[in-house]
Design a protein around this ligand. Structure first.
Ligand code: AKG
Length: 268
C-alpha cells in the first residue's frame, strides 16, 4: 500500500505559480507526483478492474467501460490517494480549504481505441465567469504521448461558455504529453478531450473531479464507500469523501455539540 502521507510538500513558489496558471491558462502539470513503482502498482490494479468490469445494462454503462466509477469502493489503495497533502495544497487555493470529491474515476484508452472522454467536453455544466466550481485531476499512470492519446486541452477556454468547433479545437488545443507519474490539474470548464490511442498498448490514468463543499456530489460517497475502507483513512481523505458535509436526518442529529455536527460550519 502506498503511504501518501510521507510525500514532500510542494513549495510556496510552486503553489503561487500554479494559482496564476490556473486563473489564466486553466490547466497545469506537476511531474513526479507518483513514482514509477507507484504507477505500476496502480496500473496493475486498474487494469484488472477494467478487465473485470461488467456493464449494468444501460448505454452509459457501456460507454463508461474505460471510465470506472467505483475504484475506491472496492479497493482501499485508491482511497489512500486522498490522503496526499499535496492535493490539498493544489486544490485549496482554487476551491477553498473544505473542497470535496464530486467523482473519482479512471480514464483508460485501449490499444487502437478511445473512450467516452474522447469527445470535446467540459466536466462541469455551469459557467460562472472567474469562479471555478469544479476542478479536474488526472494522474498519468503511463507516459502520455501523441501516439497513445495524451489529453488535449484548449488553453484559457474556461473563460468562454461556448463549445468550440472541432476544427477550432484541433487547431488551438495543446496536447499535454508527459511522463508517467505526472499530475494534470485543470479547471473543469476547460474544453478538453482524450486523444486517440494509435499504439499497441493501453494508456491508463486515474482521474478525480472535485467541487465546492456546499455542492452535491455525483454519488453519496459516504454511503457508497464501505466503512471498512473509509474507517482506515485520515481526516483529510474522509473530509474529501464528504464526512464533514453530511445532512442530519433527525432533530437528534441536528441538535448536537459543534464537534459532533454532521455538516460542519464554514463550508464556503
Ligand atoms: O483521459 C483523458 O485524456 C481525458 C479524461 C477526461 O476527459 C476527463 O477526465 O474528463
Amino acid at each position: 500500500m502506498v503511504d501518501f502521507r510521507t510525500k514532500k510538500l510542494l513549495s510556496e513558489k510552486t503553489i503561487e505559480e500554479h494559482k496564476y496558471i490556473m486563473q489564466t491558462i486553466g490547466f497545469n502539470t506537476f511531474s513526479d507526483f507518483f513514482s514509477e513503482q507507484e504507477c505500476e502498482y496502480f496500473k496493475e490494479r486498474l487494469h484488472n478492474a477494467v478487465k473485470n468490469y461488467i456493464p449494468v445494462g444501460t448505454d452509459r454503462s457501456v460507454k463508461d467501460q474505460y471510465l470506472l466509477h467505483d475504484l475506491m469502493v472496492n479497493d482501499l489503495s485508491f482511497a489512500k490517494t486522498l490522503e496526499d497533502a499535496r492535493i490539498q495544497q493544489v486544490i485549496a487555493p482554487l476551491l477553498g480549504e473544505a473542497w470535496v470529491m464530486y467523482a473519482y474515476t479512471s480514464s483508460s484508452l485501449p490499444p487502437h481505441g478511445n473512450n467516452y472522454g474522447s469527445r470535446i467536453h467540459v466536466d462541469s455544466p455551469r459557467f460562472i465567469f472567474n469562479y471555478p466550481t469544479n476542478v479536474g485531476l488526472l494522474w498519468a499512470l503511463d507516459d502520455f504521448t501523441v501516439e497513445n492519446g495524451a489529453t488535449k486541452l484548449l488553453p484559457a477556454s474556461h473563460h468562454s461558455p461556448n463549445l468550440p468547433t472541432e476544427e477550432f479545437f484541433e487547431k488551438h488545443a495543446k496536447q499535454v504529453t508527459c511522463k508517467k507519474g505526472t499530475l494534470l490539474v485543470f479547471n473543469a470548464r476547460v474544453w478538453h478531450r482524450a486523444g486517440n490511442n494509435e499504439s499497441d498498448g493501453w494508456r491508463h490514468s486515474l482521474t478525480m473531479n472535485v467541487c465546492r463543499p456546499y455542492m452535491k456530489q455525483r454519488m453519496d460517497w459516504v454511503r457508497f464507500i464501505p466503512t471498512s475502507i473509509a474507517g482506515q483513512l485520515n481526516d483529510q481523505a474522509r473530509r474529501i469523501i464528504g464526512y464533514d458535509t453530511r445532512l442530519p436526518s433527525s432533530l437528534d442529529e441536528f441538535f448536537v455539540a459543534d464537534d459532533k455536527r454532521l455538516y460542519k460550519s464554514n463550508q464556503e
